[in-house]
Ligand binder design. Structure first.
Ligand code: C2E
Ligand code: CA
Ligand code: CA
Ligand code: CA
Length: 277
């Protein structure tokens, strides 16, 4: 029996070791990636749906892996969160976004830059100070930025997350609720948090011209946002028909492949100059 037990333990340990070995090596890989400059900043334009003007960008990180090629955020962000590496990454994204925003301003392009925050970022008491530091170094005002947060990022520790968000809000940065409508308590957060913007999740937008249910949800969300004095943004606009529909419903801004896929940061200025709505 003892042998069986110890064999069982061996099997269990082997499985455990394999899992922890894998995550250890992924963490090492992420750290190496940062040292070797393998992360890339991509940005997707945010467009005014009534005028067609470029009003902002959203920063979306990519990992250009020497062997695996381009790794998409869904494959490494969750892991970066688990290990705490996300704090390093968020700081990098903030810094690069600020540098881009400043460059654009110098070329006469004045737009707001949105950056995604995750759970760990909201639990980081030093985030407002770090953010301030980034702004100071690039000579930017907080109002050039919008920070996007999801409900799941808030849910882990709502009290602490709320404290961080109030401090950021007091600094004058815009806050946005991302993936709105996909969680269970988005409405509660909308009431409690100092937000300026609501982003309708792309799952309601992608196919809305063929789906009456989606259209109803989107229409109600736009009205809800406006009744609360918020800017409403739709993501996942893949056709002109959806743009028109959203504009008719009064949606303020939009993002999507119809206008542009996320672009490497250094391609943005040219894209803006060539953009014709
Ligand atoms: P998200 O914040 O909801 O970003 C929107 C995602 O929708 C992006 O995927 C974008 O490329 C994609 N998208 C934009 N327009 C369209 C469209 O018309 N059709 C379709 N089908 N998709 C569209 P991406 O870049 O793969 O990012 C996935 C998620 O990874 C993001 O979702 C965000 O949660 C996370 N993420 C990306 N960059 C960062 C980052 O720097 N920090 C953090 N914490 N999370 C990030
Ligand atoms: Ca986002
Ligand atoms: Ca989203
Ligand atoms: Ca999302």
């Amino acid at each position: 029996a003892a042998k069986q037990r110890s064999e069982g333990a061996v099997v269990y340990d082997a499985v455990f070791d394999k899992a922890s070995e894998q995550s250890l090596s992924l963490l090492t890989e992420l750290r190496t990636a940062a040292e070797n400059d393998e992360f890339r900043l991509h940005v997707q334009p945010k467009i005014s749906l009534s005028t067609g003007a470029v009003v902002g960008i959203e920063s979306l990180v990519r990992w250009h892996h020497p062997v695996r090629g381009n790794v998409f955020p869904d494959e490494f962000i969750p892991f970066a969160e688990q290990t705490g590496f996300i704090r390093v990454l968020t700081r990098w994204v903030l810094d690069r976004s600020a540098a881009l925003c400043r460059e654009l301003q110098q070329q006469g392009i004045h737009i707001k830059c949105s950056v995604n925050l995750s759970t760990r970022d909201l639990l980081d008491q030093d985030l407002p100070a770090k953010f301030n530091d980034v702004l100071a170094r690039h000579g930017l005002s907080p109002s050039s930025f919008c920070l996007e947060i999801t409900e799941s990022a808030i849910m882990d520790d709502p009290v602490r997350a709320q404290q961080t968000l109030y401090r950021l809000h007091q600094m004058g940065v815009d806050l946005s609720i991302d993936d709105f409508g996909t969680g269970y308590s988005s409405l509660a957060y909308l009431k409690r948090l100092p937000v300026n913007e609501l982003k309708i999740d792309k799952s309601f937008v992608l196919n809305m011209e063929n789906d009456v249910g989606d259209t109803k949800i989107v229409r109600s969300t736009i009205d809800l946002g406006h009744n609360m004095g918020l800017r409403v943004v739709a993501e996942g606009i893949e056709s002109e028909a959806v743009w028109r529909l959203l504009a008719d419903l009064g949606c303020d801004q939009g993002q999507g492949y119809f206008m542009s896929r996320p672009l490497p940061a250094d391609k943005l200025a040219d894209w803006v100059r060539n953009w014709q709505p």
